[in-house]
Design a protein. Structure first.
Ligand code: CDP
Length: 208
């Protein structure tokens, strides 16, 4: 069983994916971390973000088990990840890795921007998780403040909108809802409500 979860930043797809993987006894991959890991390696070595050859080599040698979410969640790494995510050759390399993960038994939950459209077009169930930019900016600001980081709602909102624009307008694998994905708008939902709604959608799809 493969569950594909796509959606914009701070839509709640990460938390939801982890909980769904636990619930259904599946493995979980946050594919955003793979883009972040490559971006972090380029930044750490002072290499230009446009050097696709080096980026592909880093991706080729990437060890998913070594990706540290707490380190990779830094804001500047997310920004750099979204910049290198436009490189088609790099995406092909990361997609190979992500597909291998998805196809390993007993199956997996993958979350990202192009899981239902590119990485796992034959997934058992596809969800597109979204929320209004304002709700997402509030969540992201609260999350940053709770970690003791300095975050301004207005700046976070601008940043999210810029990233949405870059992710959905790029020519290679833009973020979009797959034709057969179910839309889950979490604007008015807390995480528990969103989780229950997702479990219902998945259970129905499995039964069908
Ligand atoms: O945590 P947040 O939602 O802000 O970002 P992320 O999921 O960690 O992804 C960081 C960046 O990687 C995104 O802005 C996308 O540009 C890119 N990405 C992608 O292109 N395709 C994916 N499947 C996952 C992430």
């Amino acid at each position: 069983m493969i569950i594909a979860i796509d959606g914009p930043a701070a839509s709640g797809k990460g938390t939801l994916s982890r909980r769904l993987a636990d619930h259904f006894g599946l493995r979980h991959l946050d594919t955003g971390l793979t883009y972040r890991a490559v971006a972090a390696a380029l930044l750490a070595n002072g290499l230009p973000l446009g050097d696709e050859g080096v980026a592909i080599e880093i991706a080729h040698n990437l060890d998913l088990a070594q990706m540290d979410k707490s380190v990779l969640s830094a804001h500047e790494i997310g920004e750099a990840a979204s910049r290198i995510a436009v490189l088609g050759g790099l995406r092909d390399e990361l997609v190979k890795l992500q597909r291998r993960f998805a196809q390993t038994p007993p199956g997996a939950v993958l979350d990202g921007r192009d899981i239902g459209t590119v990485v796992c077009p034959d997934a058992t169930v596809k969800l597109f998780v979204t929320a209004s930019p304002e709700a997402r900016a509030k969540r992201r600001t609260d999350e940053m403040v709770s970690k003791g980081q300095d975050a301004q709602y207005a700046a976070v909102l601008e940043d999210l909108k810029r990233r949405d624009e870059r992710d959905s307008k790029r020519t290679v694998a833009p973020m979009r809802q797959a034709d057969d994905a179910v839309l889950l708008d979490t604007t008015e939902m807390d995480i528990e409500t969103a989780f229950q709604a997702a479990v219902d959608i998945i259970s129905r799809a499995r039964g069908a």
